[in-house]
Structure formats: structure tokens, C-alpha cells
Design a protein around this ligand. Structure first.
Ligand code: PA5
Length: 446
């Protein structure tokens, strides 16, 4: 088993009886997911994806990844939101946040098109100078401004460097099967394309080609990742909130929310999990933050952030609870050396493995935060393997859908994301937005 939920640090905050009391609601929400009977049910393709994925495309992803590994030093992944967070989370989780700096026989992987910052893009362009480059542009809609503009810039770069035919060999596109500008354009140009399935939204798409191609290029074992997700799917096919920890996690979140908590902080004691936290924030933020409802998903990496936000968690407003990911094993071993002179007074740590010290910091913090009035859910995760990543992704996705339905929202839409886009298009003079432009200019000049 790769994820185990512990309620030990909920004592005094949420009792098992309270969870039992709302079990029927959590179980009903779970069956709405399983029976595909709720709002947004057209976007439930991820539920059976770990066993129903397109095997032909999966094989093609592996072939493309091998080709990319041979052809380039730098692989640029262009996408935003659900079209990049999962891949980046997986690579950092399994490999390292320092993946690009480590000695390896796979290309450096950079993520572009996830902001509109000139400096961020210039930095990546500079890193591509003198290197062989391949790109993967990922956009389900094929119209999102950030990746579309970035793709235009990289396309020009590749065509100048390799000619149109050479560039075609180095451009990989992941988009809708049939619709959208990017699809039309790719067909026209003859780029190799991969599919974002119709029934899977961006933030649930990491185990489709969206995530799998970049993840495979980094040398991660995508078979093991899918196996982890498939085992989680099997494990969480149990409809009882008593024994299905995914349903239980959703129920606990709901109890916290109804007790007046407004923030959930995802905590990990591994910097390698920072981007997993970013992926999780998008998943829960976009799925639940609507109709003036929802827990605000936040995250910290401890012990790093115990020296910044730790003070607030310990003694600030009591508006939050924490969900702590406890990695049982570390990917590496570092033993603290003995110093016969004990000048730094640290000999009580001599011979100890750093990961054990880290876990002691965690246990100490769990009790301290409990004492400070903050409830903690603990998710014990075996390790940072591909298998555990796939398992954890499935756990969080399913719990998010159940939690969203318990809250009474559609967990699969994101209508609020459009508001900024419309204003930006209007201000930039996009045809069709003339009235909105006038209205905004009047507000600016007021
Ligand atoms: O979860 C979502 O649907 C969004 O975050 C999208 O992934 C994001 O907006 C990017 O959209 P697209 O893939 O259409 O460019």
C-alpha cells in the first residue's frame, strides 16, 4: 500500500464519531462520482484511466520519449495550469527539484508558457542557446494565450535553426483529438500529436499524454506510475467511508470546513514535493473554489517554512488545518558524522540518518501544532517512486471529486478562470472585445 491516512493528530478536533455521522453524505458523493450522475460527469474519464488508457498512444509516447532523448539536450514543455503542473510535479517528486543540474543521460527539461513574463521566457531561451532543442506544446483548448505566444516564439526559433522540416521532427503537440486552433495547425504542419481526452479536464490530466510524455523524457518509469494509479483505483473501489480512506479524507475536509476552517495547508518535509503541492493547489482550488465556497488550498515545505510560516501556523489566526505527507523512506541516505571534539554540540545526532531526523522534526511539529490548536491529517506515503506518485495522484483526484460533491459544487468546471482572460483580451485589443475595452478604459481613467 502506498498511501495510508492517519487520524492520530485529529484527536480533540475531529472524532471518529463525527466522521461516522457524515459518512452517508460522503458515501453518497462517492457514488455520484462512480455512477457518473453529478454535475460535470462528462469529465470523469480519469476515474478508469489507469486501466482504460489508450495503449497504442501509451506505446507511441514511449517511442517519442526515446526519440526526444536522443535528439536533444533541452526539452521545453510549453503549457499552463493542468497542462504543466502534473509533469513538473512528477519529475521533481521522482527525480529531484535539481533534476536539470544532476548528472544524467536524459535532456534538461524546462517549463515555459506558464507565465507572461519576458524575463522568465528570455532565461529559457538563453539556456537553449547552442543546445539541441525539442519542444512539447500542451494545450487542451489550443487557444490559451500564455502557451500559444510561447509556442509561436519557439516555433520561429526551431524553424530558423533546423529549417521547417527539421523543426517538424522536434515539435510534439498534445491537444484535443479533433478541435481547436492548435490541432488544426499541427495537422497542417504535420507535427506528431498526442491527445488530451475529451472527458478529462486539465487538472486531472497528468496521467494522460499531457503529463506522460515529459515525464517519460525525464527517464521516469511511466508503467510503474500507471500501476500505482491502477492499484489506487482498485483500493478505493470500496464504497464505505469506514474503510475507504479516500472517502474519509473528503469527509474530514468537509467537517473542517463546516467547523469554520477556511484554509487547508498541504505540508511535506521534502522539497521534492513542492511542485506536487502546486499541482494539488490547482486541483483543489479550481475544483472547489466557486459559488463563494471552498477551502483555500495552501502549502508549505517543512522544515524550511517552519522558519517562515511556522510562526503563523503555531500562533496566528486559527483558520487552518494541515494535511501532512509523511514519506516513510528517503530516496537517498545521508548519515551525520561524529566529531570527537563535539565543538558544535551535535554529537547527540552522530550516526543518525538525516531522514530520521527529518521525521522527528515532523513528529515534533505535529504535536506542537496540535497544542497550538491546529488539527492535522497525516498521509503516510511509502516513498517518492513513480508508483507512489501515481497512487497519490489518484488518491487526491478521487478525494477531490468526492469532496467537491459534498460541498455542492461542480468539481470539474472553472468558470472563474475566464474573467481575467476577457479583460486581458479587451485591453490588448482582441477583435470582438471592443465594448469591454471601452468599459475598462473608462474604469482605468476614472
Ligand atoms: O484545469 C484546467 O482545465 C486548467 O488549469 C487548464 O489546464 C489551463 O487553463 C490550460 O488550459 P489549456 O490546456 O486549454 O491551454
Amino acid at each position: 500500500m502506498s498511501v495510508k491516512l492517519s487520524e492520530k493528530y485529529l484527536k480533540g478536533f475531529v472524532s471518529p464519531t463525527e466522521v461516522d455521522k457524515i459518512s452517508h453524505i460522503a458515501e453518497a458523493a462517492y457514488s455520484v462520482v462512480k455512477n457518473r450522475s453529478g454535475a460535470g460527469s462528462d469529465f470523469l474519464g480519469w476515474v478508469d484511466l489507469p486501466v482504460n488508457y489508450d495503449k497504442e498512444e501509451f506505446a507511441r509516447i514511449k517511442v517519442a520519449a526515446e526519440k526526444i532523448k536522443k535528439m536533444c539536450d533541452v526539452f521545453v514543455v510549453i503549457g499552463i495550469g493542468g497542462s504543466y503542473l502534473g509533469a513538473r510535479a512528477a519529475i521533481e517528486f521522482v527525480k529531484s527539484p535539481l533534476y536539470n543540474n544532476l548528472k544524467k543521460d536524459t535532456p534538461d527539461v524546462y517549463f515555459a508558457g506558464n507565465s507572461i513574463s519576458s524575463s522568465a521566457l528570455s532565461d529559457i531561451l538563453k539556456l537553449c542557446e547552442g543546445k539541441d532543442v525539442c519542444i512539447n506544446v500542451i494545450s487542451k483548448s489550443g487557444t490559451t494565450t500564455e502557451p500559444a505566444v510561447t509556442f509561436r516564439i519557439f516555433r520561429e526559433l526551431l524553424e530558423k535553426k533546423y529549417g521547417e522540416d527539421g523543426a517538424r521532427e522536434r515539435i510534439f503537440v498534445t491537444t484535443d483529438r479533433a478541435r481547436g486552433k492548435l490541432k488544426e495547425f499541427s495537422t497542417d504542419k504535420g507535427y506528431e500529436t498526442f491527445v488530451v481526452p475529451d472527458d478529462i479536464g486539465g487538472r486531472y490530466s497528468v496521467l494522460t499524454a499531457v503529463g506522460l510524455l515529459p515525464i517519460a523524457v525525464s527517464g521516469c518509469d511511466i508503467d510503474a506510475m500507471m500501476k500505482g494509479a491502477a492499484d489506487a483505483r482498485e483500493k478505493y473501489s470500496d464504497p464505505s467511508a469506514k474503510t475507504n480512506e479516500c472517502i474519509r479524507y473528503a469527509a474530514i475536509r468537509n467537517i473542517m470546513y463546516n467547523k469554520g476552517k477556511s484554509i487547508e495547508i498541504l505540508v511535506a518535509y521534502e522539497p521534492a514535493a513542492q511542485m506536487l503541492c502546486e499541482w494539488w493547489k490547482q486541483l483543489y482550488g479550481e475544483s472547489e473554489g466557486k459559488d463563494n465556497k471552498g477551502l483555500y488550498p495552501s502549502s508549505v515545505i517543512f522544515s524550511t517554512d517552519l522558519h517562515s510560516l511556522g510562526q503563523y501556523v503555531q500562533e496566528g489566526l486559527r483558520t487552518m488545518f494541515e494535511t501532512v505527507i509523511d514519506f516513510k523512506k528517503s530516496s537517498d541516505t545521508v548519515v551525520i558524522p561524529d566529531d570527537p571534539n563535539n565543538i558544535d554540540g551535535l554529537n547527540f545526532l552522530s550516526g543518525k540518518e538525516l531522514h530520521d531526523v527529518n521525521r522527528m522534526a515532523m513528529t515534533g511539529t505535529l504535536f506542537a501544532h496540535n497544542d497550538g490548536g491546529v488539527a492535522n491529517v497525516v498521509l503516510e506515503v511509502e516513498d517518492r517512486s513513480e508508483y507512489s506518485f501515481g497512487y497519490l495522484v489518484y488518491f487526491f483526484e478521487l478525494a477531490c471529486a468526492v469532496s467537491g460533491y459534498m460541498l455542492g459544487v461542480n468539481p470539474f468546471d472553472q468558470p472563474g478562470v475566464e474573467a481575467y482572460k476577457k479583460n486581458m483580451y479587451a485591453l490588448l485589443g482582441k477583435p470582438g472585445y471592443e465594448d469591454q475595452k471601452k468599459a475598462l478604459e473608462a474604469r482605468i481613467n476614472k
